[in-house]
Design a protein around this ligand. Structure first.
Ligand SMILES: *[C@@H]1O[C@H](CO)[C@@H](O)[C@H](O)[C@H]1NC(C)=O
Ligand SMILES: *[C@@H]1O[C@H](CO)[C@@H](O)[C@H](O)[C@H]1NC(C)=O
Ligand SMILES: *[C@@H]1O[C@H](CO)[C@@H](O)[C@H](O)[C@H]1NC(C)=O
Ligand SMILES: *[C@@H]1O[C@H](CO)[C@@H](O)[C@H](O)[C@H]1NC(C)=O
Ligand SMILES: *[C@@H]1O[C@H](CO)[C@@H](O)[C@H](O)[C@H]1NC(C)=O
Length: 287
């Protein structure tokens, strides 16, 4: 009897140890920012049925191609095309700009405000470019899944129409996480400063989540516009007649409500570049 009791006690002990071990793994997976082993939990596929597929994407090398006018005449297309995964933003075209920006797109990170631009050319983006993965971000009011989020509703329609399309959304939790990152890095509450994070910011976070090393093309550093000899280029390489890049950045940085803090965000990237394998090319950053 005594022996049996002791035996049972040992059984219980080893069972609880096993349980603890398992829980430990579970918690580690839940907490790990990239969640490498189980895919990227911050990005959920939009499917007509149940939405429970996370993004499975991992690249050893990524080219993050900005939409900046810096890309015009850069002649970097061939170099970019050689990189395993090419990340672009919003509706930035490749056709007609291959020499400067390359011709492949592995992932496109798209703002809710750019959705109408993609829908206008829907067969090009969602049927002909079926190999591209789309990651959409937007505020909760547009992305809610209860039938009242108009951006989400549009994307769901697309997902129903094009069976092969790979459309993901940045989850609400991930967006909150990004706000937390901004607040940690700047000491300022993103919402209280009246600013929105830019598509570039979400794209950087995604690149850190899925790439071992990142080559960033066409992004200027946070001091660039205050240098007397800075070059004057369009804000977007595919829109020639808008405010130039530095004027646009200046307006956004100082607007009271609804701006993007492009310059502040660049200062944050400079910090990240010291912790991640990240190289800024054209213009190159000296860190
Ligand atoms: C991209 O460009 C390369 C070389 O210029 C060419 O061989 C390839 O066919 C192009 N790919 C696409 C998808 O256009
Ligand atoms: C759709 O996009 C492609 C590639 O950028 C472009 O060649 C085509 O003219 C666009 N079509 C429309 C209707 O805008
Ligand atoms: C997508 O493209 C294929 C091949 O070009 C075409 O047969 C099909 O009808 C297109 N799908 C939609 C929904 O437009
Ligand atoms: C922000 O910083 C706090 C304190 O260092 C940390 O616990 C938290 O995880 C950070 N949040 C993000 C989103 O980085
Ligand atoms: C501006 O001048 C600095 C310092 O001389 C130089 O490093 C930089 O390349 C110049 N920038 C441009 C865009 O010409």
């Amino acid at each position: 009897m005594k022996y049996q009791e002791k035996h049972c006690w040992l059984c219980l002990l080893s069972l609880s140890l096993l349980l603890l071990f398992w829980l430990g793994h579970l918690i580690r997976d839940l907490l790990s920012p990239a969640g490498q082993s189980n895919g990227l939990r911050g990005y959920m596929r939009i499917t007509p049925g149940k939405m429970d597929q996370v993004l499975h994407m991992h690249c050893s090398q990524c080219a993050l191609v900005s939409s900046s006018g810096q890309m015009l005449g850069a002649g970097l297309g061939e170099e970019i095309d050689k990189v395993g995964c090419v990340i672009r933003m919003n509706n930035a075209p490749t056709q007609g700009y291959e020499k400067d920006v390359g011709n492949r797109t592995s992932i496109r990170v798209v703002s809710h405000t750019s959705v109408p631009l993609l829908v206008k050319n829907e067969s090009y983006y969602f049927n002909q470019s079926a190999g591209t993965i789309y990651v959409f971000w937007g505020p909760e009011r547009n992305m809610r899944q209860d039938g009242h989020g108009h951006t989400f509703n549009t994307l769901l329609k697309i997902a129903k129409k094009y069976a092969n399309v790979k459309i993901y959304t940045v989850t609400r939790e991930k967006i909150q996480y990004c706000d937390g990152v901004f607040q940690n890095e700047t000491g300022k509450n993103r919402m209280k400063t009246g600013a929105f994070l830019s598509t570039g910011f979400f794209t950087m976070i995604l690149a850190i989540d899925m790439c071992d090393s990142i080559h960033v093309y066409g992004m200027i550093d946070y001091n660039y516009c205050s240098r007397a000899n800075h070059s004057v280029v369009p804000y977007h390489y595919y829109e020639r007649n808008r405010l130039n890049e530095c004027r646009m950045y200046h307006v956004h940085e100082h607007t009271q409500r609804g701006g993007h803090r492009f310059i502040t965000e660049k200062a944050i990237y400079a910090k990240w570049a010291t912790r991640h394998k990240m190289e800024f090319k054209h213009p190159s950053w000296s860190l």
